[in-house]
Design a protein around this ligand. Structure first.
Ligand code: AHG
Ligand code: MN
Ligand code: MN
Length: 334
């Protein structure tokens, strides 16, 4: 703690470097550069209603979705910060069809790569609802000093070195893990610093379920039964379940992480593989969920055990409190 009784993100990151003997500060610098980009994105998000940055940028990304101007801004801001950090050799982003390789000398030598969803929940931007940024960090497989290739990015989630998200909500928070628990930092706008506010987050057993029930008829039978199980009033009226769905993964996940609950995005007729992307939505959230004592499943096993087949691969996603993820798996496998 410093004299103001605060621990800033950078102070915390540096203090935690001691958890990794032999660490040279490369990951610390990388995490710090994400924090800086987050502050720039936060500034733009806060101003979204004031300046002419709402609406579409007129492009369609690989998912066939309209890119919002803030999606593009967040992507470019993060890529710029990561490149400038010199600690990243390449990036996979929701907003770019192919991997982005940094090939100047310093970056070629870097040992890390980043997968990211620069702006998550972007359909909520125009209506002042919480949105986020998701990131996931891996060590490269290819030798340092060379250009990274697709194989470097197609690693199982269990190989993640760090992962986290920024939520631009009623306050802005950065939540991350390096595999030694989950910690949350709230942005103090007067200081312009992320300050430690949620130390060692643990997910309690949950009673909230978060799912787009508009897709109900398209869900697998096990999921329909799980929803009915949650809605059913048992004779003793003790079943505690209630529903909350924002439609921004970061915001739904964050609430469930702190309060307990489950987030579900099953396969549907429209999205037979599920909607959410393995590399930069599911894996990072799975790492955080597990580090907070929760779970993340694709219905029939652990998310982080999947060997990715492609950059923008989608997967059914069930994550949150262990008791509720176990229950869903039970219904899906029955
Ligand atoms: P993105 O804005 O990055 O494309 O992600 C949107 C995702 C995710 O944030 C959210 O959980 C999900 O889409 C909501 O989907 P539905 O609108 O189908 O419920
Ligand atoms: Mn997203
Ligand atoms: Mn996005």
């Amino acid at each position: 703690m410093n004299s103001y009784n605060l621990t800033t993100l950078i102070e915390f990151i540096i203090a935690k470097q001691a958890d990794f003997p032999g660490a040279k500060g490369e990951l610390s610098r990388l995490l710090y550069s994400i924090g800086v980009a987050a502050k720039m994105i936060n500034k733009k998000v806060n101003k979204a209603g004031l300046v002419d940055i709402l609406g579409t940028a007129g492009n369609i990304n690989i998912q066939g979705e309209e890119q919002k101007k803030l999606d593009v801004f967040a992507d470019q801001q993060l890529i710029g910060s990561l490149k400038a950090s010199g600690e990243v050799c390449g990036v996979a982003s929701e907003e770019n069809d192919e991997i982005v390789v940094f090939d100047h000398e310093m970056s070629k030598d870097a040992k890390y790569l980043v997968c990211m969803d620069p702006l998550d929940g972007s359909s909520n931007i125009d209506v002042n609802v919480s949105i986020g940024t998701i990131f996931s960090i891996y060590r490269r497989l290819s030798p340092r000093g060379t250009k990274p290739g697709l194989e470097d990015f197609l690693q199982e989630g269990s190989k993640q070195i760090a992962a986290g998200y920024i939520i631009y909500g009623s306050s802005t928070m950065l939540v991350y893990t390096t595999g030694k628990g989950v910690n949350g930092f709230t942005l103090d706008p007067s200081l312009g610093e992320f300050c430690l506010s949620h130390e060692h987050i643990q997910t309690p057993p949950g009673s909230m379920y978060s799912i787009n029930e508009g897709n109900y008829l398209a869900f697998p039978e096990g999921i329909k039964r799980f929803i009915k199980y949650c809605q059913d009033v048992d004779p003793a009226n003790k079943r505690p379940y209630t529903s909350r769905y924002i439609g921004s993964l970061v915001a739904d996940f964050h609430r469930n992480l702190l309060k307990g609950g489950i987030f579900l995005y099953p396969q549907t007729h429209k999205n037979p593989e599920g909607k959410l992307r393995l590399l930069y939505e599911c894996n990072p959230m799975a790492f955080l969920a597990e580090q907070a004592g929760g779970k993340a499943s694709h219905g029939n096993g652990r998310i982080m055990d999947i060997v990715p087949g492609s950059l923008h691969q989608r997967i059914p996603f069930y994550t949150g409190s262990t008791n509720m993820v176990d229950k869903v798996e039970e219904f899906l496998m029955a």
